[in-house]
Ligand binder design. Structure first.
Ligand code: IMP
Length: 221
């Protein structure tokens, strides 16, 4: 059984659409969100921590809104910016820009404790960058991913397979009542995500694209 690590049951329902019946369940586990300027290391570190907690295959996702004219900001800081500035302020800032193009990106990190055969999707090997991003307390010997406990210092890093999804759009004044987060200010194909029904949004969303890639690969795992 695959564990989708999230506090949001809606994400599990979305994952169920792509995976065989009864093959995924929610794991409510609060992993450490490392600071990084990219989604990959955050999802990878979360997947390692969740795998060690669950001792079963896990899938962790990390997502964010990347505004072109702000060099990708808020990107990996999207949750923090949503909670502090709020999406109206993000729209205000973006409305001053000539380039209001933006994209939602999602990275899924899968870990089951085993290695992976070569494929186009990247594998995070828990290298020095990831160890550094995890901070001094988590750093093991020789640049391992350095989780504590039995699998701690000197242990082989746990490889994590990453699947990336992307949806292009642009920042607009808030419209629509549906969805969550930045949905009201993100327009794709003439509609904001908050104006789309759930099925339509899932069909084009960053998470849907990443789940589609993951499900195709997972079928052979
Ligand atoms: P998380 O990785 O799913 O926790 O999302 C990180 C941040 O991006 C949070 O502020 C979310 O509200 C926002 N976010 C992620 N996915 C979406 C989406 O599909 N629509 C709107 N906001 C999203």
């Amino acid at each position: 059984m695959l564990r989708y690590v999230t506090t949001n049951p809606g994400k599990v329902r979305e994952a169920e659409r792509y995976l065989p019946d009864g093959s995924v369940e929610r794991l409510d586990f609060d992993y450490t969100e490392v600071q990084a300027d990219d989604l990959g290391p955050i999802a990878a570190q979360g997947a390692r921590e969740a795998y060690r907690h669950a001792d079963a295959p896990v899938l962790v996702d990390d997502a964010g809104l990347f505004v072109e004219g702000l060099d990708g900001f808020p990107g990996p800081y999207s949750s923090y910016v949503e909670e502090t500035l709020g999406i109206e302020r993000v729209h205000e800032v973006a409305s001053e820009l000539d380039d209001r193009r933006a994209a939602f990106r999602c990275t899924l990190g899968y870990c089951d404790g085993e290695g992976f055969a070569a494929s186009p999707d990247p594998v995070d090997q828990g290298d020095r960058d990831a160890a550094a991003a995890a901070g001094p307390d988590a750093a093991g010997e020789g640049g391992s991913d350095g989780e504590g406990g039995a699998a701690g210092a000197g242990a082989e890093p746990l490889p994590v397979k990453l699947f990336e999804g992307y949806v292009p759009g642009r920042i607009v004044a808030p419209r629509g009542d549906g969805g969550f987060g930045y949905d009201p200010i993100f327009e794709h194909d003439g509609e904001t995500f908050a104006e789309m029904d759930t099925d339509r949004k899932n069909a084009v969303s960053h998470r849907g694209r990443a789940l589609e890639k993951f499900a195709e690969w997972y079928a052979d795992r």
